[in-house]
Design a protein around this ligand. Structure first.
Ligand SMILES: C[S@@+](CC[C@H](N)C(=O)[O-])C[C@H]1O[C@@H](n2cnc3c(N)ncnc32)[C@H](O)[C@@H]1O
Length: 246
């Protein structure tokens, strides 16, 4: 995995070695995810899917299965895709423990067509803000469009800055947040894509955390219609922009 994606695989290797079960150092299945996200997804499933029988859902950046479990429990035939092999292995184990059937795939959301499947519901599992480069983000939207069934729903759930003046490096230690809304972590020197040297220090591109308006522009340019949207502020974290798109 020769790119800035590697940071995710390393993160999951650490999560696993500490005996945790998922993103955010969740110690148990009950700690996976957050209440606000779960509540939002639950509401939207009830609103847009009166019946989930024979419906399929795709969890993008599923990690160890946080949202994939919720989708499967709601009745969707569920697929989870994540770039981290370790996360996917952990997800398979957790699904097995709960007797839940999910197809977990190690793969890149920039190449969804390779999976040869189409879906009634696609959920951005806090993954889009991990895609830093504009060209890659455009590719993500076109891939999602090509695997969303006609009449299907795409739910975007992503980090945003409340306004263009916010400096996220003031919120987190050892970060750089630049004027292009890229969040950088300190890194070892490397020729991998996404790692740069600035004033003798190496930095790895980790997140693109745009203001909400910028993401809405991207979405419309990609050919999606915004059906509804809300922004939820979080304490000591960027806000979450949640949208239902057709
Ligand atoms: C913030 S984490 C959220 C994980 C999980 N959805 C959860 O809520 O626990 C973002 C996830 O996106 C995955 N990811 C990042 N870039 C990806 C890509 N290009 N293709 C697939 N997954 C990716 C990461 O490995 C990570 O698991």
């Amino acid at each position: 995995m020769k790119s800035y994606y590697h940071a995710h695989e390393l993160a999951y290797q650490q999560i696993k070695s500490k005996g945790y079960v998922g993103w955010g150092n969740a110690k148990s299945l009950a700690e996976l995810g957050d209440a606000k996200t779960n509540e939002y997804l639950d509401q939207k499933i009830k609103k847009y899917f009166t019946n989930t029988e024979n419906k399929s859902a795709l969890d993008l950046g599923c990690g160890t299965g946080t949202t994939a479990f919720a989708l499967a429990k709601s009745g969707f035939k569920t697929v989870g895709v994540d770039i981290s092999e370790t996360a996917i292995e952990m997800g398979r184990d957790l699904a097995h423990q709960q007797n839940i059937e999910i197809q977990f795939i190690t793969g890149d959301v920039l190449d969804l067509k390779a999976q040869n499947q189409k879906f009634d519901l696609i959920y951005d599992s806090h993954f889009l803000h991990c895609i830093v480069f504009e060209k890659d983000r455009k590719k993500v939207f076109s891939e999602i469009k090509s695997v969303l069934k006609p009449g299907g729903v795409f739910i975007l759930d992503t980090m945003v800055v409340p306004n263009a003046e916010v400096d996220l490096s003031k919120m987190f230690e050892s970060l750089r947040f630049d004027q292009d809304f890229i969040l950088w972590h300190k890194s070892k020197p490397s020729t991998d894509r996404g790692i740069v040297e600035i004033e003798g220090q190496h930095w790895c591109a980790q997140r693109r955390i745009y203001p909400a308006e910028k993401i809405m522009d991207e979405i419309v340019a990609a050919g999606f219609k915004i059906h509804e949207k809300q922004i939820d502020d979080q304490q000591n974290e960027p806000s979450m922009l949640r949208m239902v798109l057709f």
